[in-house]
Design a protein around this ligand. Structure first.
Ligand code: HEM
Length: 384
């Protein structure tokens, strides 16, 4: 698990070695200019060669597909996740937030991860797929078996039981969605799965395997990322009561808060690529086959790109950050993520203006996707 405040380390990396080879890890890239360059050259820095690390036996679509094939999948998926379509979900997303807060009852303390940040995005996912809420434990178990198989298997990473757990979970995911698709075949509903069954890409339909590979990716890309963002945001706001008060006093600041905390916290700290050929980045030779990790968090706090980059400000007129990645693989779910985060921040601060991390607790965050291990939160009053 990593620390709560990685920004100083990012600065050190950028200043000393913006391209740094770390044995057993790969090449870390940390300046804005070089991260941006790597993300915009998928011919040199491939996502397809990065495939199969999550127990999947086919590439995840579209994350592990390089251009030109990548484009046909984005053409069909992008309209499904447009801001206009996401807006239609606002009322149901708000209902989910309110229901979770109602469930806190009169408790003075909650575990923010277990009672809010973890269930919420998975409930949104179930809503979008037209699945019942009682599927929540199943979805959480499938997701965790892939993302944290070590915790689920109770063994350290590298132990054969951990890999076996991940592979078994991957098969369970394929089976889970196969069964649902079998049930849906021939039945038109107004949900994502029905749309996939009918969709056409350049005259071709998505195959059954394509749909499974898309659903698999949604489980690993669309849930923990939002949970991690909520953990990072609420930790920041608990640590800075004066900034929290600004939201309580003027909720119209919420969209700016979401963008700035996405930039500052960069909940997805880095992404993975593999050099497709010998290539050069920032004057350094990178060999074909080497792992390359563009560090989004380091790029987002680089003041050669953004003035005052190490200050958290709600008043930036332009806030071009890489928290959702960049180039062809830029996050498909960014508008959904923004909706979830905005609705959650707005309603939470209306109802629970005062909260803090339980005194004496130091929150621990995972590396990569920066989720809190646990988050004991003391709730103050008044509450609505
Ligand atoms: C705040 C929450 C989120 C963050 C910070 C985030 C971040 C990212 C990043 C950095 C990438 C680029 C990966 C790369 O370049 O290798 C990405 C891709 C992706 N994200 Fe998100 N994501 C979030 C939420 C979501 C949600 C809710 C969905 C649900 C659909 C989603 C679906 C995807 C997909 C499908 C891709 C792959 C796009 C492609 O390869 O063309 N993400 N995300």
């Amino acid at each position: 698990m990593g620390g709560r405040h990685p920004q100083a380390t990012y600065g050190l990396l950028r200043d000393t070695s913006p391209v740094m080879r770390v044995d057993g890890v790969g090449v870390l890239v940390s300046s804005w200019a070089l991260v941006d360059e790597a993300l915009h050259h998928p011919d040199a820095f491939s996502s397809a060669l990065h495939t199969g690390r999550l127990g999947n036996h086919r590439p995840l679509i579209p994350l592990e597909v390089d251009p030109p094939d990548h484009r046909k999948f984005r053409r069909i998926l992008d309209p499904l996740f447009s801001p206009q379509r996401m807006k239609l979900l606002e009322a149901s997303v708000a209902q989910l937030v309110n229901d979770l807060i109602d469930d806190f009852g009169d408790d003075d303390e909650i575990d923010f991860t277990q009672q809010f940040s973890v269930p919420f995005p998975s409930q949104v996912f179930l809503t979008m797929l037209g699945l019942p809420m009682d599927e929540l434990p199943t979805v959480l178990a499938l997701k965790d078996g892939i993302i944290r198989p070590d915790a689920v298997a109770g063994k350290p990473l590298g132990h054969p039981d951990v890999a076996a757990r991940q592979t078994a979970t991957a098969q369970a995911i394929y089976d889970y969605f196969t069964n649902i698709l079998d049930e849906r075949q021939g039945e038109r509903r107004d949900d994502l799965l029905s749309y996939f069954l009918e969709a056409e890409v350049e005259g071709d339909r998505l195959t059954r395997e394509d749909i499974l590979d898309i659903c698999f990716l949604f489980l690993v890309a669309g849930l923990d990322t939002v949970s991690a963002s909520l953990d990072c945001f609420f930790a920041y706001l608990a640590e800075h009561p004066e900034r929290r008060l600004e939201i309580v006093k003027d909720p119209s600041v919420v969209p700016a808060v979401v963008e700035e905390l996405l930039r500052w916290e960069s909940p997805v700290a880095a992404v993975g690529r593999v050099a497709a050929r010998d290539t050069e980045l920032g004057g350094c030779l990178i060999r074909a086959g080497e792992n390359v990790m563009p560090m989004l968090g380091a790029a987002n706090t680089d003041d050669t790109h953004l003035a005052d980059a190490t200050t958290v400000r709600w008043d930036r007129r332009v806030n071009r950050h890489l928290a959702f990645g960049g180039g062809v693989h830029r996050c498909l779910g960014s508008h959904l993520a923004r909706l979830e985060l905005r609705v959650a921040l707005k309603l939470w601060h209306e109802r629970i203006p005062d909260y803090q991390i339980r005194p004496g607790v130091e929150l621990m965050f995972s590396n990569g996707v920066r989720a809190a291990e646990s988050f004991p939160m003391v709730l103050g009053s008044p509450r609505r």
